[in-house]
Ligand binder design. Structure first.
Ligand SMILES: [Zn+2]
Ligand SMILES: [Zn+2]
Length: 364
């Protein structure tokens, strides 16, 4: 028995009201958690590329943005035994149900069910239901999520770091370790050295890959990639040459495309070794198409693999990722460019994306 039912919480959140228009802060009512759900008081939320692209291609509006975050369980729905109120958690925007056939087979990354809350929990102050991005919507002081999507963390984890583990770190490191399962000594190239791409570099280093080539047009990002463990960096114009030289003309075993652009995917495909795979991590526009030559693809025994959320099983993998952050194996702190208050968030959306992380810290 959890005692009396928690009341609505009123707060402000960043809502996209019309596709293609700047999102704006508006007053919201966040309802109490239902069965199997918890309400989390947010402490930090990172601005991820997917929040920015949602402005362009959101499936529905109005839409509360934000999907990379951390906070403290404020109340729990009926029947929820864990996490208990007061537990610090990282939000997982995609969480295996743990009961369907895929989950029972140990392939929670292919879960057909996906955990969701039982109905709209967020409304505008005039009573309209507001959808939430990626079943999260954490650019607001309160969020209601499935209890299993709130992964407990150590109390001393800095919020701005914990937030970024919830998407950029999980996606980038996971793409290498759990989607591609890169083995020690295999070669890796990554296109895009932003928030996720740097974590691909870090994951490749953890896996023992060599060489690790990072491709990015921006000099600052190439320097970041070297700091994170890349052995070689290149501009897109010379990527093919640099990769050929770094691999003695063989090409790479794993190419990670973190940009979401078909022309970049084509360049990554062309850089593959025999038997190599292209891992699609970047979210392309919904109507984008990729063409390739199936004959060469066949004879080269290539693979193209889709990767969402780094194939992570949040309950299993977040503790490992957080431990790597705590001991410095993942230099996440370095990629957090600045922390801002919620009121500064609309301006952050108006700036061009640099790939560095902006993290919102919520007032206590
Ligand atoms: Zn994200
Ligand atoms: Zn499942």
């Amino acid at each position: 028995v959890q005692g009396s039912e928690p009341a609505n919480q009123r707060c402000t959140g960043l809502v996209l009201e019309r596709r293609g228009e700047p999102p704006r802060l508006m007053p919201l009512v966040v309802g109490p958690p239902g069965a199997g759900e918890v309400r989390v008081r947010m402490t930090a939320a990172g601005v991820c590329h997917t929040d920015l692209t949602a402005v362009r291609d959101a499936r529905s509006v109005p839409l509360l943005l934000g999907h990379e975050g951390t906070g403290i369980v404020e109340s729990t729905g009926p029947d929820v035994t864990e996490p208990v109120t007061g537990t610090p958690v990282v939000l997982a925007w995609r969480s295996p149900c743990r009961t369907c056939s895929r989950c029972r087979a140990g392939r929670g990354e292919y879960c057909d069910v996906g955990l969701r809350v039982g109905g709209p929990r967020v409304h505008s102050d005039d009573g309209r239901a507001v959808d939430v991005l990626l079943d999260t919507g954490c650019f607001a002081a309160y969020v209601v999520v499935p209890a299993k999507a709130a992964i407990p963390i150590e109390r001393d984890t800095p919020p701005e770091v914990a937030a970024v583990v919830g998407c950029a770190v999980a996606t980038g490191v996971g793409a290498v370790l759990w989607t591609a399962r890169v083995a020690s000594g295999e070669s890796v190239a990554v296109w895009g050295a932003g928030g996720v791409g740097l974590n691909v570099v870090a994951g490749a280093r953890i896996a023992g890959a060599t060489p690790i080539v990072a491709v990015d047009p921006l000099p600052a990002r190439r320097q970041d990639a070297l700091d994170w463990g890349a052995t070689h960096v290149a501009t897109p114009a010379v990527a093919g040459e640099v990769i050929a030289e770094a691999t003695a003309g063989v090409g790479v075993d794993h190419a990670f495309e973190v940009v979401g652009a078909p022309e970049v995917m084509a360049q990554a495909l062309a850089a593959l070794a025999r038997g190599g795979e292209l891992v699609l991590v970047g979210a392309a526009p919904r109507d984008a198409e990729l063409t390739f030559h199936p004959r060469a693809f066949m004879s080269s025994q290539h693979r193209i693999v889709g990767c969402i959320y780094g194939s992570v099983h949040p309950a299993r993998d977040f503790p490992t990722l957080l431990e790597w952050v705590a001991v410095g194996t993942l230099p996440v702190r370095r990629q957090i460019a600045n922390t801002i208050g919620l009121s500064e968030l609309p301006a952050a959306f108006a700036r061009p994306s640099t790939g560095e992380r902006t993290v919102v810290l919520f007032a206590p």
